[in-house]
Design a protein around this ligand. Structure first.
Ligand SMILES: Cc1cc2nc3c(=O)[nH]c(=O)nc-3n(C[C@H](O)[C@H](O)[C@H](O)COP(=O)(O)O)c2cc1C
Length: 148
């Protein structure tokens, strides 16, 4: 079972979770970077991401994954933004072919939980199967194994 752990993280929390998950699953770790980085200021990022969600934007990705077909499962992590996944997660899910693969979402958040992110991922991923979007805030090794 070959695992890809791919994630976006604005302020580092999801990155920590992604690294832990990659270690437990022996997965390859890839950071998703948008072509245009989000601003360093919280206010500006909040505004930009809200507009993106309203207009269903699909920000372009700088990161490319040329060998996605070699993976059996994709673990996709992100912070919750405005009760949803960042729109670049949808860009990723629309851009690649996930045929025959399972996509497991994991998120970190400030209290609202995964909210609308699972539904948004399912909608954007036309080719593969999105299994779940779990709260990765307090994942132990045992919980990671149970999840998968
Ligand atoms: C623009 C923006 C919007 C956010 N919206 C939510 C939200 O709707 N619900 C929530 O619980 N947390 C929200 N948060 C908090 C983040 O989801 C949380 O701090 C997350 O762990 C950050 O992950 P990161 O460090 O990987 O970027 C928001 C943060 C930002 C920057």
């Amino acid at each position: 079972m070959k695992t890809l752990v791919v994630y976006y993280s604005w302020s580092g929390t999801t990155e920590k979770a992604a690294k832990r998950i990659a270690k437990v699953t022996d997965g390859d770790l890839v950071k998703l970077e948008p072509e245009k980085a989000y601003p360093a200021s919280y206010g500006m990022t909040a505004l930009k991401s809200l507009v993106e969600q309203i207009i269903h934007a699909r920000p372009k990705l700088k990161t490319t994954i040329p060998n996605l077909e070699q993976y059996d499962r994709i673990l996709l992590g992100f912070p919750i933004w405005w009760y949803n996944c960042p729109m670049l997660v949808c860009s990723f899910l629309e851009q690649y072919d996930f045929s025959g693969k399972k996509v497991y979402g994991f998120c970190t958040h400030g209290g609202s939980g995964p909210s609308k992110s699972f539904a948004a991922m399912q909608k954007a991923c036309k080719t593969g199967t999105v299994v779940e979007c779990i709260d990765a805030g307090s994942l132990t090794e045992q919980k990671i194994r149970e999840w998968l």
